[in-house]
Design a binder for this molecule. Structure first.
Ligand SMILES: Nc1nc2c(ncn2[C@@H]2O[C@H](COP(=O)(O)OP(=O)(O)OP(=O)(O)O)[C@@H](O)[C@H]2O)c(=O)[nH]1
Ligand SMILES: [Mg+2]
Length: 389
């Protein structure tokens, strides 16, 4: 295997960063650039280098020629195939050490690739730090030993039963159906782990920004009884029924007054194009003469548009159209129903985080490979790889 190295701590300035070298040449490569303190020599001049004992910390210097790049603490594992260099955490230092390693023939890569997960437990560990909500954490941690692990093991057992040919064909059929069902959960996992974009759109002055503030629980957007208040769009990460979403508030739509407003509307349209869901906010007046022609061709397909009528507190006993959800952003009315509707449109109506969830591309690939196999043994082999040994 080629010797590889990666920064395994987060990118950016920090007190300490760790660069890990993995592969048969890891120890030898370290020897070319690292000199333990006390020897007073540069790497080229060390002829009688004391052997670095495994699993011991060595304080010393990383050299580029005869120039000291950084004072570091290095440690090599028993086989000498993994070396950690704990250096100072300035990006220039870490980059320089990685460049030095690269010049010595080491392939510089990402920490993910350095430790490519081959089991679900590894994958959970890798994905968990990116989970933005409690529900995402619950869903991930539920996948091992239960959840997806449990389901995969159960499917493998079904395939491994030593029975007649006919039964084996039947088992494969039932496992295929179960796999297809599992594969459909991957879209949900992607949304759970990478917040979808929800855009607030609608005419001016209907209360989009007031609604944005109500959903985020902060006074982020300026609101005013002046049409055209919002210009640049804003984005906030909001939790909606356990799901993290990027909520975007945009400029209200009307015939633009000036060039700035024209630009604001163009930017709002750009966001509409990126939306996983658009909350189209109207008020009762706009609803009555709503022709929405100025949106023609700008809104995404109808399944991605949720129309709400705001300012219901001003409506008194006026008749309500059952096609729409009536809310009051100002008085906090029906916002729970709105949250439910948003979660529902994004596929999370009855989401149970303890149910099996396919949450990585590797799992998806292996499940697809299992689907394509024609023997129970080959299918179960792919399933085994998902769980890992
Ligand atoms: N009564 C009542 N007033 C509301 C409600 N929501 C917003 N408003 C008021 O309506 C006015 C406009 O609200 P904004 O939130 O600024 O409206 P907007 O849609 O963001 O407007 P633009 O940024 O101009 O497009 C403000 O005076 C709000 O206080 C509501 O539910 N009920
Ligand atoms: Mg606004």
């Amino acid at each position: 295997m080629a010797t590889k190295a990666a920064l395994i701590t987060p990118v950016g300035a920090s007190a300490i960063a760790t660069i890990q070298i993995v592969g048969g040449e890891a120890g030898a490569v370290l020897g070319k650039i690292f000199v333990p303190a006390g020897s007073g020599l540069t790497p080229e001049l060390v002829s009688d280098r004391p052997e670095m004992l495994p699993d011991k910390l060595y304080y010393g210097s990383i050299f580029d020629g005869d120039e000291v790049v950084d004072k570091v603490v290095a440690v090599a594992d028993g086989g000498g195939e993994t070396v950690d260099i704990n250096c100072h955490g300035g990006p220039r230092i870490t980059q320089r050490i990685l460049m030095l390693l690269n010049e010595l023939g080491v392939e510089v890569t990402s920490w993910r690739e350095l430790h490519e997960a081959d089991s679900m437990a590894d994958e959970i560990e890798q994905v968990l730090p990116g989970a933005k909500t409690r529900m995402a954490v619950l869903a991930l941690t539920a996948q091992c030993p239960g959840g997806l692990t449990g389901r995969i093991k159960e499917l493998a057992t079904r395939l491994e039963k030593d029975s007649g040919e006919e039964q084996s064909i039947r088992a494969m059929q039932s496992v295929r159906t179960a796999i297809k069902q599992l594969l459909s959960s991957y879209a949900l996992a992607k949304k759970l782990l990478s917040p979808p974009t929800v855009v607030l759109a609608g005419p001016v002055n209907v209360g989009k920004s007031t609604l944005a503030n109500a959903l985020t629980g902060k006074t982020q957007s300026i609101t005013a009884d002046l049409p055209g208040t919002t210009r640049d769009w804003t984005v906030q990460l909001v939790e909606i029924n356990g799901l993290g979403v990027n909520l975007i508030d945009t400029a209200g739509r009307r015939a633009a007054d000036d060039r700035i407003e024209e630009q604001a509307l163009a930017r709002a349209d750009e966001k509409l194009g990126q939306a996983d869901l658009v909350i189209l906010v109207l008020d009762n007046e706009r609803l009555r003469d709503s022709r929405l022609e100025d949106y023609s061709g700008k809104l995404p397909e109808p399944e991605k548009v949720l129309t709400v009528v705001n300012k219901s507190d001003l409506m008194g006993t006026a008749e309500r159209d059952s096609d729409y959800l009536y809310i009051s952003a100002l008085k906090n009315e029906n916002l729970d129903r709105l949250r439910e509707a948003v979660a529902g449109r994004l596929g999370f109506a009855n989401f149970d985080p303890t149910e099996p969830l396919v949450f990585t591309e590797r799992q998806q690939r292996l499940l697809n490979s299992a689907l394509g196999e024609n023997s129970a043994k080959a299918m179960s082999n792919f399933l085994g790889k998902i769980v890992g040994r």
